[in-house]
Design a protein around this ligand. Structure first.
Ligand code: AMP
Length: 367
């Protein structure tokens, strides 16, 4: 079976690696010549509207994407001839924070209060309504905390507008969350559905730094609430594939922040940490195969390597640590790889996370 993929970043690379044992051949379209998936899968280095490249993808059995900023028009064009999963409609909703949050609201999934902002007057009206502090975000193409500004006092309004006002915006109430969680859901074209245990995420400068799976102290009630929200989304979107839902936990309640209609960085732990990885389950889901178990094999944690690679020998000296490097040129702020540690219990996991973090400190000292 041939699977076309829009995007050829590290997510495409890990999809390709998961697809090999199942006999899947992946063909990835990405304009970047040195795209990470190109080292392990067929790579079409062309723009997303290149007719020849799109014809090659359309000849695949199914098309998916690993990057949510791919043009919806491309996904829709491909869907005329070839199954595209997740659907272009799901992609379109997730690309715009306003349609995304409106979808959550329509499904009864709690969010921070939010308002659409298309002018400075609307921004002032939104601040009057939601109060301060608040977060102003571009509706489209924001990622890893880019395209956002926190407004603390009235004087911040004009400067935030100057910084971001050229694009359509959304204002959100500032959530004083205790922690950030994510739910990885998966639904097959057959309708079969599964959920991974909630993951607890820590960010640094807007970029995911560390994930713990399961989240510390995870209760069945919190998991059930998250799964209820995940299921509403999967059903509403007629979804096939992995869907990541990012959540804030605030005073025991869950507020949805955003969703990613694809495999997700917070699910990388599942390669070693779960019976079936998010990558394999995504491929199973979009090809209508039975889903694999989402149960954890151990307490897992994943640490991202951003900007500079670690010393492999130091990482691999940590018990039950697994290293993944994406074959990317180091650049500040760039995700170059990750390591997952497994542990028999949460206490041992914390010790192993601390050992992994020491490898980062050693790396930074030698730079
Ligand atoms: P996002 O691009 O929406 O995922 O936001 C990036 C990060 O900014 C999140 O992981 C949060 O740490 C923080 N953040 C986003 N929205 C809010 C909000 N409404 N209140 C407080 N923090 C937020």
């Amino acid at each position: 079976m041939r699977i076309g993929v829009l995007g050829a970043g590290q997510l495409g690379r890990m999809l390709a690696l998961a697809g090999h044992p199942l006999g899947f051949e992946l063909v990835c379209l990405d304009p970047a010549r040195d795209a990470p998936a190109g080292q392990v899968a067929e790579h079409l280095a062309a723009p997303y509207d290149d007719e020849l490249a799109l014809a090659r993808l359309a000849a695949c059995d199914v098309v998916t994407y690993e990057f949510e900023s791919v043009p919806v028009a491309t996904a829709r064009e491909l869907a005329r001839t070839t199954p595209v999963h997740p659907s272009p409609d799901a992609l379109a909703i997730a690309q715009d924070r306003w349609t995304e949050k409106s979808c959550f609201r329509e499904l009864g999934i709690p969010t921070a209060p939010f308002a659409r902002v298309d002018s400075e007057d609307e921004l002032r009206a939104a601040v009057d309504k939601l109060g301060l502090p608040a977060v102003l975000k571009t509706r489209r193409f924001g990622y890893d905390g880019k395209g956002q500004s926190v407004l603390c006092r009235d004087a911040d309004i004009a400067s935030a507008w100057r910084e971001l006002g050229r694009a359509p915006l959304i204002l959100e109430g500032f959530v004083r969350f205790q922690r950030e969680l994510s739910l990885l859901s998966v639904r097959s074209t057959t309708g079969e559905t599964a959920f991974y245990p909630l993951v607890e995420n820590e960010h640094s400068h807007g970029i995911l730094r560390l994930s713990r799976a399961p989240a510390r102290g995870l209760t069945p009630a919190l998991q059930a609430t998250a799964e209820d929200y995940g299921r509403r989304l999967l059903d509403r979107l007629g979804y096939a594939g992995v869907l990541a839902l990012e959540l804030f936990e605030e005073g025991g309640t869950l507020l949805a922040n955003e969703m990613a209609p694809r495999v997700h960085n917070s699910g990388h732990f599942s390669i070693e940490g779960a019976v079936t990885s998010q990558f394999e389950n995504h491929l199973r889901a979009i090809t209508g195969l039975p889903l694999g178990s989402t149960a954890l094999r151990a307490s897992a944690a994943m640490l991202n390597f951003v900007g500079a690679p670690p010393e492999p020998a130091l990482v691999l000296a940590v018990p039950d640590a697994h290293l993944h490097l994406y074959g990317k040129e180091p650049r500040p702020g760039r995700k170059l790889g990750h390591a997952t540690v497994l542990a028999p219990d949460e206490t041992t996991r914390e010790t192993r996370i601390a050992s992994l973090e020491k490898t980062l400190a050693a790396r930074d000292e030698s730079r």
